[in-house]
Design a protein around this ligand. Structure first.
Ligand code: ZN
Length: 177
């Protein structure tokens, strides 16, 4: 779920920033982290659920076969163009999304890497759509989901507010120049 992916990444990210730099990360960089944590779902789920291009909403960008070279390419570009924090933050969020989706399958299968994580080298799980997509009434929330939604909403709110503030400060400084 989106909030869960963001939380798994944002909590260590903020902790690191507080310990290392003694301040909260700024809004724009948290926005990059938010985008990274949602990126595989933003690509795969529409391709599977909406356009029927993929047979599963957790294969293409969820597969290490694509995720690893793409991450390396992004880090390389970020290094070349001196945008290491942006590139590193995106890749951190992106790569944390993958174990976030597959850790239960990994544990349940006796610590075998799920086929989806290695698609197209291995055939993916045939489940194309989760039950709440085919039968909308089935979407249920656990206690953890509600806590995650609460904390995630606060942090996403913080991200957007600080991003807007940064944009305002930036436009003011441009006017002064
Ligand atoms: Zn996912």
């Amino acid at each position: 779920m989106p909030w869960g992916h963001f939380l798994i990444a944002v909590i260590p990210y903020i902790s690191y920033s507080l310990i290392r730099h003694r301040k909260m990360p700024n809004g724009p960089i948290l926005l990059v982290l938010l985008f990274g944590t949602q990126f595989p779902d933003l690509v795969d789920k529409p391709l599977a659920w909406q356009f029927d291009v993929l047979i599963n909403g957790r294969i293409f960008m969820h597969s290490l076969v694509f995720a690893v070279p793409l991450s390396v390419a992004i880090l390389l570009l970020a290094w070349i163009y001196d945008r290491r924090t942006i590139g590193g933050t995106f890749v951190f969020g992106y790569l944390l999304h993958i174990p976030g989706d597959f850790y239960t399958a990994f544990i349940r299968s006796g610590l075998h890497i799920p086929n989806n994580m290695l698609w197209p080298l291995f055939s993916p799980s045939p489940i194309s759509k989760p039950e709440f997509v085919t039968q909308p009434g089935l979407l249920t929330f656990t206690g953890w989901d509600i806590v995650a939604v609460g904390i995630g909403t606060v942090l996403i709110g913080y991200t957007f507010i600080t991003t807007i503030n940064s944009a305002r400060k930036y436009s003011t400084s441009l006017r002064i120049i």
